[in-house]
Design a protein around this ligand. Structure first.
Ligand code: UTP
Length: 293
């Protein structure tokens, strides 16, 4: 059966929404509780059956490479001290091949994906963005790969957003719907407020056929003067069917500050060892700030 074994994780953006934290540290390394955001993404890829990952990095992103590298000293130290639970955490992503390539200039998401074209070759592949963490029974990417295996068409993960948020996303103009799957008229990147064709927004998970590179090769600039992946997807949709899939699961937007804080709190509360203390702290905080105001 034709399936998807390779994934691209673009991580070369400037992360300006998190300055000054991201001046010297990649946004992808900001931790949610005790794990960098990019590790949540790598774990989702592994759980979805991906065997090879290429991370597109850029200037100032060395910490990502170090994070996924083997650290003999640390592992030896944990072994000596019999801290096997920590050793297991340190090795959580060791059963996948992780490769790196540099995007020399942040020319946009479409350009970042194009940088990995030689690694992908002529196979279908996945793209996962670190701005979205998804908690679901079946991993989000696995849901899309299942759709790919059924249709052999590219599949783009979408979820519903509020009217006032549509201008921040790639949006689909849906046609026929079959269960959670949509045929799509057009894919539009960041439509101006009030012009969005729907509220179904692209959420950082893609399974793409390699023909997408025919359009990315052209490196045409779109919204914000960047090479947009959504524009290439729209062109692909004109020559072969590209589906949208409204995936099941709770999505957390960790690419902006409020989303990042909310995700940290929610994931902390989901951990047995932190839950009670965090809830007590939040209750106190709420009572005190209510009293003060
Ligand atoms: P974002 O626009 O969310 O990331 O791109 P950013 O540019 O780092 O963030 P802000 O807006 O300045 O805060 C979505 C994903 O695409 C990657 C980013 O690293 C992020 O994971 N990206 C974006 C690239 O790899 N290269 C680019 O040229 C642009």
């Amino acid at each position: 059966m034709k399936t998807v074994k390779k994934a691209i994780i673009p991580a070369a953006g400037l992360g300006t929404r998190f300055l000054p934290a991201t001046k010297a540290m990649p946004k992808e390394m900001l931790p949610i509780v005790d794990k960098p955001t990019i590790q949540y993404i790598v774990e989702e890829a592994i759980e979805s059956g991906i065997e090879d990952i290429i991370i597109v990095t850029g200037k100032g992103k060395r910490a990502i490479e170090d994070h996924f590298d083997k650290n003999f000293e640390l592992e030896d130290n944990l072994m000596q001290k019999e801290k096997y639970d920590l050793l297991e955490k340190v090795n959580a992503t060791s059963n996948v091949e992780i490769h790196f390539i540099r995007q020399k200039e942040p020319k946009g998401l479409g350009h970042a994906v194009w940088c990995a074209r030689k690694f992908i070759g002529n196979e279908p592949f996945a793209v996962l963005l670190g701005d979205d963490i998804v908690r679901s029974e079946k991993p989000c990417l696995r849901q899309l790969i299942n759709e790919y295996e059924n249709t052999l068409s590219s599949v783009i993960g979408v979820q519903t957003v509020m009217d006032e948020e549509t201008h921040r996303y790639g949006i689909i103009d849906p046609q026929e719907q079959e269960g959670r799957r949509y045929q799509v008229n057009t894919f539009v990147e960041k439509p101006k407020q009030g012009t969005s064709p729907s509220n179904l927004a692209i959420m950082g998970r893609y399974v793409l056929n390699p023909e997408i590179f025919m359009f990315l090769d052209k490196q045409e600039k779109g919204a914000g003067g960047e090479v947009q992946l959504t524009d290439a997807i729209q062109k692909l949709n004109e020559i072969q069917r590209v589906f949208a899939y409204d995936f099941e699961g709770q999505r957390y937007d960790v690419g902006e500050k409020l989303g990042f804080v909310k995700t940290t709190l929610e994931l902390a509360i989901s951990r047995d060892e932190l839950k009670d203390d965090v809830l007590t702290f939040m209750k106190d905080l709420l009572e005190n700030s209510v009293v003060k105001n």
